[in-house]
Design a protein around this ligand. Structure first.
Ligand code: PLZ
Length: 447
């Protein structure tokens, strides 16, 4: 390990030494407000200087337990030693080439790993890009080209990105599309399976989805159904058992491709490499991003070879797509899935963190449900005795936690879901600290 990375200086402990945000963060925020667009929001204005494992350290020396991982990116932990070693070694050899000009091996190796791990049956091929939205855009281009059909079905509560096509696919108009002009065409939003709210079995919910698609679009005009196996921004919604068996069968019978958007749920996050494996989804294509390269920007579209090869040379690409340093980092992540039993770690988090959250639910009537898989867990917060969302309480809990050294994020159509996306390096001791802070936060709010 090169000395210059010095990541071990961030101890795996929570430590608050100033007010939050501290004076240096406040000063940086003033500078930022002069030169950074207001369109770029900030969940917690503490400026991070260093991070390692499950801990963020800000410029004032405060240390936070990171339950956000930069929205599900640093699944393997911040500044993971092996990822850094691989990236540094690659940076010293080749930082950019561009696969469509002069190819390089690491791109091919990432595609080989994707072929091994993505839950798509038969021979599969991939293409690499930079962000989740870019992967989703390309998946849709390819699905339309392969099927010759324009329609794209998304689900209620879904989220797919911030470019105009992907933003149109998001359920929420505010903040994603409202005021930004014409939206993309041929996007249809079908009912999802949301067990806490709809009370339907998976089969019933799937029949409702299918009925909507048949009536509103007609299968013959539909290129794909694209959905997140566990809906992320929508509130970590896990569909009822059997939802995908019924919906997937209908898609196959009607030549409609199933695209699993695993940008948030993929790469170890849910305790399997891809969440589709646990939910009975048999996707024709999969999008991967976030956790794939341990903090470097990389994303992928992987699909049945026949579908991926419906695009002739030159029709897909992008200047920075599949950057060699990001590819080297991704290879290290893939290597560690087996060598370091990463899946077991995600399952440990589900057991310890999930178990602790269920205990909290017994004490605090505002917690309507604990749900999620692996290190992708959430609680939905409602007015006690009802399913009415309580965004205010959710915000208060997040605020209390931040003051006490725990970074939490919200989610959900009504901002009333607390989501936990920690790194799998989060120890049992740190989990128990998070649970204590949460307990205090609910007590403080009298909920
Ligand atoms: N698909 C399932 O979760 C990104 C959004 C962060 P990009 N989710 C975090 C924000 O507020 O901008 C996401 C996702 C799913 C696609 C995307 C888009 O991935 O890498 O942000 O483009």
């Amino acid at each position: 390990m090169s000395e210059s990375t010095n990541t071990q200086s961030v101890s795996q402990e929570r430590k608050i030494v100033t007010e939050v945000p501290g004076p240096k963060s406040v000063a940086l925020h003033e500078r930022r407000n002069k030169v950074v667009s207001t369109g770029i929001g900030t969940a917690l204005p503490v400026y991070i200087e260093e991070a390692h494992g499950a801990i963020l350290r800000d410029v004032d020396g405060n240390q936070f337990i990171d339950c956000g991982s930069g929205i599900g990116v640093t699944t393997i932990g911040h500044t993971d030693e092996k990822v850094l070693e691989a990236a540094i070694a690659q940076a010293q050899k080749l930082t950019h080439s561009l696969i469509t000009v002069t190819p390089y091996e690491s791109y091919v190796k990432v595609a080989e790993y994707l072929a091994k791990y993505t839950p798509v049956e038969g021979p599969v091929k991939s293409m690499l890009v930079n962000s989740g939205a870019e992967a989703v855009e390309n998946a849709i281009k390819i699905a339309r080209r392969y099927t010759g059909r324009p329609g794209v079905a998304v689900l209620e509560c879904g989220y797919h990105g911030r470019t105009m096509l992907t933003a149109t696919m998001n359920h929420k108009a505010v903040p994603y599309t409202a005021g930004f002009g014409s939206r993309a065409s041929d996007i249809y939003r079908a009912p999802n399976s949301y067990p806490l709210h709809d009370g339907l079995t998976g089969e019933e919910a799937a029949k409702r989805t299918i009925k909507f698609l048949e009536k509103t679009v007609s299968a013959g005009d539909l290129a794909c159904v694209i959905a997140e196996p566990v809906q992320g921004e929508g509130g970590f919604i896990v569909p009822a058992d059997g939802y995908w068996e019924t919906l997937g069968k209908w898609c196959r019978e009607n030549g409609v491709l199933v695209i699993a958007d695993e940008v948030q749920s993929g790469i170890v996050r849910t305790g399997t490499v891809y969440a589709s494996e646990q939910l009975g989804i048999k996707p024709d294509m999969v999008t991967t991003a976030k956790g794939i390269a341990g903090g470097f920007p990389l994303s992928a579209v992987t699909g049945r070879a026949e579908i991926m090869d419906s695009c002739p040379p030159g029709t897909l690409g992008g200047t920075f797509a599949g950057n060699p340093i990001a590819c080297a980092a991704a290879i290290s992540v893939f290597e560690q899935i087996e060598s370091d039993n990463l899946l077991d770690e995600a399952k440990r988090i589900e057991k310890v963190f999930g178990g602790g959250l269920r205990e909290l639910k017994e004490k605090h009537p505002a917690i309507a449900e604990v749900r999620g898989l692996g290190a992708m867990l959430a609680i939905e917060i409602t007015k006690p005795g009802s399913l009415e969302p309580d965004a205010e309480l959710t915000k208060a809990v997040i605020g209390y936690a931040a003051q006490n050294g725990v970074l939490l994020l919200n989610a959900g159509l009504y901002d009333n879901v607390l989501r936990f996306l920690p790194s799998i390096k989060l120890t049992d001791e740190l989990i128990s600290e998070v649970l204590t802070v949460l307990d205090e936060a609910f007590n403080e709010a009298g909920a």
